[in-house]
Design a protein around this ligand. Structure first.
Ligand code: C2E
Ligand code: CA
Ligand code: CA
Ligand code: CA
Length: 276
């Protein structure tokens, strides 16, 4: 048993070591990718079923490494948060989004896209430098605040409620839109959300995925939509992949749809190919 224990420990420290090395390696690469301007922002157009057209888009960051290939954002965003690179990454994304809004104004308009949503991580949102940065970038690109939406997850809002409300209030006073991302996956209730100055909640795609087969998901999605309506909040459904899901959401009064069924995340240059 002693031997077994020792081997176990050796094995454990070896894999841990490899994992840490890999992390450090990836972090250095991310740092370099940021320095070399290698990160790309894709846009995923969002569809309005009532008006039968696209109306907005979400910015989703992409990183393709020369050796490692495509690295999922969930992986490198977490890494950026741990290493502090998230501030630089967040700024890169915000600037690229503002650049798109100016540079591709006509293309976006021709598709009906009036603005872009930007994901915020907690560390970025709670940083003192965040508000001054947003104002400076908007100013630099001459972008109207109304063209920007910020997405915050429930967990970020629960982390430090009072500070979150303060910063959100400032963003709202500036004229930006605010939404709660991945709604339903955290612990907050809709009633609790009422204290946040938000415009919209994004129903997490785990509740959409198994519609119409999963009766429980149908109930949950309907309840979220009905409650949001009573509270005067807009809803958008994430991860809509089928006609049935889209029809269901329309019937429930959730008109805003994001998902592969209408459009995948894509580089701005590919937006032209979308059927109008
Ligand atoms: P999220 O904010 O919940 O973004 C939605 C995710 O769902 C995206 O994954 C998108 O590609 C994916 N998606 C969209 N439609 C469908 C669909 O119909 N089916 C399925 N299965 N998936 C769909 P992605 O691009 O891998 O991003 C993952 C997460 O990384 C995002 O989740 C967000 O939390 C984070 N992220 C992405 N870009 C940024 C960024 O610029 N800043 C920050 N802080 N986080 C970001
Ligand atoms: Ca999001
Ligand atoms: Ca989401
Ligand atoms: Ca997510």
């Amino acid at each position: 048993a002693k031997d077994f224990g020792r081997n176990q420990a050796v094995y454990f420290s070896y894999t841990l070591d490899a994992e840490i090395k890999n992390k450090i390696r990836l972090e250095q690469k991310l740092r370099q990718a940021l320095a070399d301007d290698k990160l790309m922002v894709y846009l995923q157009p969002q569809f309005n079923l009532q008006h039968n057209r696209f109306y907005w888009a979400e910015a989703l960051v992409r990183w393709v490494d020369d050796e490692d290939g495509f690295i999922p954002p969930d992986i490198f965003i977490a890494l950026a948060e741990e290493s502090g690179l998230i501030h630089e990454l967040g700024l890169v994304v915000l600037r690229q989004v503002c650049h798109y809004l100016v540079e591709h104004e006509l293309l976006l308009k021709s598709l009906g896209i009036e603005g872009i949503s930007v994901n915020l991580s907690g560390n970025q949102f709670f940083a003192k430098s965040f508000m001054p940065q947003v104002k400076a970038v908007l100013n630099e690109y001459k972008v109207k605040p109304e063209q920007l939406e910020f997405e915050l997850t429930e967990s970020v809002l629960m982390e430090n409620t009072q500070q979150a409300i303060d910063v959100m209030q400032q963003l709202r006073e500036l004229g930006c839109r605010l939404s709660v991302d991945d709604f339903g996956t955290g612990y907050s209730s809709l009633a609790y959300l009422k204290q946040f100055p938000i415009h919209c909640i994004k129903i997490d795609r785990t509740f959409i995925r198994d519609i119409p087969n999963d009766q429980q998901d149908i109930e949950i999605a309907s309840a979220i939509i009905a409650m949001a309506q009573k509270l005067g909040l807009e809803t958008i459904a994430e991860g809509v992949e089928t006609q049935e899901q889209s029809d269901f959401l329309l019937a429930q009064g959730c008109y805003c749809i994001q998902g592969y069924f209408y459009a995948k995340p894509m580089p701005v240059s590919q937006l032209k190919s979308l059927k109008r």
